[in-house]
Design a protein around this ligand. Structure first.
Ligand SMILES: Nc1ncnc2c1ncn2[C@@H]1O[C@H](COP(=O)(O)OP(=O)(O)OP(=O)(O)O)[C@@H](O)[C@H]1O
Ligand SMILES: [Mg+2]
Length: 255
C-alpha cells in the first residue's frame, strides 16, 4: 500500500529565511509519526504545506494519493493555538466540520463529546471550560471530520502536566481503537516516544531530517507503564542526545 502522507524534497523559504531544506518523509496508513525538533525548525510550516495552506518553494506533498491536496482530501488539522469559536457552544463547535459539509449530526456530535469525556458540557461556551476541556472539544471537532489523516501541532502543549498526562492517555486509547494516520508535532519527547510508531528528528533551521527512530514498544500502551519501560528509557536517552544537540545549535543561530 502506498504511504498515506508523502513529503518529497520539500523546501520552504520565507524571503531570505530558509525554513525547510529538502525534507522527505512518509507516513504509512494507520501509522502514528511524531516530529520533534527545536523551536523555529519548520515543523508548523511543514504541516501547513501538507494541509495545502502554504505552497512549497520546492518539492511537494501527497496525501491519500492526492498531489498538493485540494479540498478533496480528508485532512483534520489541529492547530498549535486554540481555534474554538467563542460564540458557539462546545457541541456547536464539534458540529462545525459537519456544518461545512451541510450535514449536521447532533447524535454523532454528542457521541464524540462522550468519547472525549465531556458529556454534560455540551451547552458550555469555550470560556466556561478549562484549557484541558477546550483541547478535548477540539479533539472531538477534529474527529467529527472523519479525517483520513490527522495533523496535530503541539495539541497538548499548553496544558499543565497532570491534565496533559490524562489527555495523552485518552487520546492514545481513542487512537488505538481507530488507528487513523497521524502526523504529530510536539516539544515533549516523552509524549512523542510514548505515542508513536516512529519519531522523526528535524535539525535546527534550515530544518532537515536528521534521524528517524522506530519505536518498538507493543500496543496497547498505557502512559505510566510506557514511561517506566527500559526500552522507552533507552530510546529517550538516544533521541534526547541528538535533539539536545539541535536545540543548542538553534540557540546559537541568528534569526
Ligand atoms: N509566514 C511566515 N513568514 C515569514 N517567516 C515565517 C512564516 N512562518 C514561519 N516563518 C519562519 O519559518 C521558520 C519556521 O517556523 P515554524 O513556525 O514552522 O517553526 P516551528 O518548528 O513550528 O517552531 P515552534 O516549535 O516554535 O512552533 C521560523 O524561522 C519562522 O520565523
Ligand atoms: Mg510550530
Amino acid at each position: 500500500m502506498p504511504p498515506k502522507v508523502t513529503v518529497s524534497g520539500l523546501s520552504i523559504a520565507f524571503g531570505t529565511t530558509r525554513a525547510l531544506d529538502r525534507v522527505s518523509l512518509t507516513v504509512n496508513d494507520g501509522e502514528f509519526v511524531s516530529i520533534v525538533g527545536p523551536s523555529g525548525c519548520g515543523k508548523s510550516t511543514m504541516l501547513n504545506v501538507i494541509a495545502g495552506l502554504l505552497p512549497p518553494s520546492e518539492g511537494g506533498t501527497r496525501v491519500a494519493g492526492i498531489d498538493g491536496n485540494g479540498p478533496g482530501s480528508r485532512i483534520g488539522y489541529m492547530f498549535q493555538k486554540d481555534t474554538l469559536l467563542p460564540w458557539a457552544t462546545a457541541l456547536e463547535n464539534v458540529c462545525l466540520p459537519m456544518d461545512v459539509k451541510g450535514a449536521r449530526d447532533w447524535h454523532k456530535a454528542r457521541a464524540l463529546m462522550q468519547l472525549v469525556d465531556l458529556a454534560g458540557f455540551e451547552a458550555h461556551y469555550p470560556r466556561q471550560l478549562s484549557g484541558g476541556m477546550r483541547k478535548r472539544v477540539q479533539l472531538a471537532r477534529l474527529l467529527a471530520q472523519d479525517p483520513e489523516v490527522l495533523l496535530m501541532d503541539e495539541p497538548f502543549g499548553a496544558l499543565d502536566a497532570q491534565t496533559r498526562l490524562i489527555i495523552q492517555e485518552e487520546f492514545l486509547k481513542i487512537w488505538e481503537r481507530q488507528r487513523t494516520t497521524v502526523l504529530f508535532v510536539t516539544h515533549d519527547l516523552q509524549e512523542a516516544i510514548a505515542m508513536s510508531d516512529k519519531v522523526v528528528l528535524i535539525s535546527a533551521r534550515p530544518g532537515r531530517i536528521k534521524a528517524s527512530y522506530p519505536v518498538d514498544l507493543t500496543r496497547p500502551r498505557h502512559m505510566e507503564d510506557v514511561l517506566a519501560h527500559p526500552r522507552f528509557i533507552a530510546l529517550f536517552q538516544e533521541i534526547w542526545a541528538s535533539l539536545k544537540h539541535e536545540v543548542l545549535a538553534a540557540r546559537e543561530r541568528p534569526a
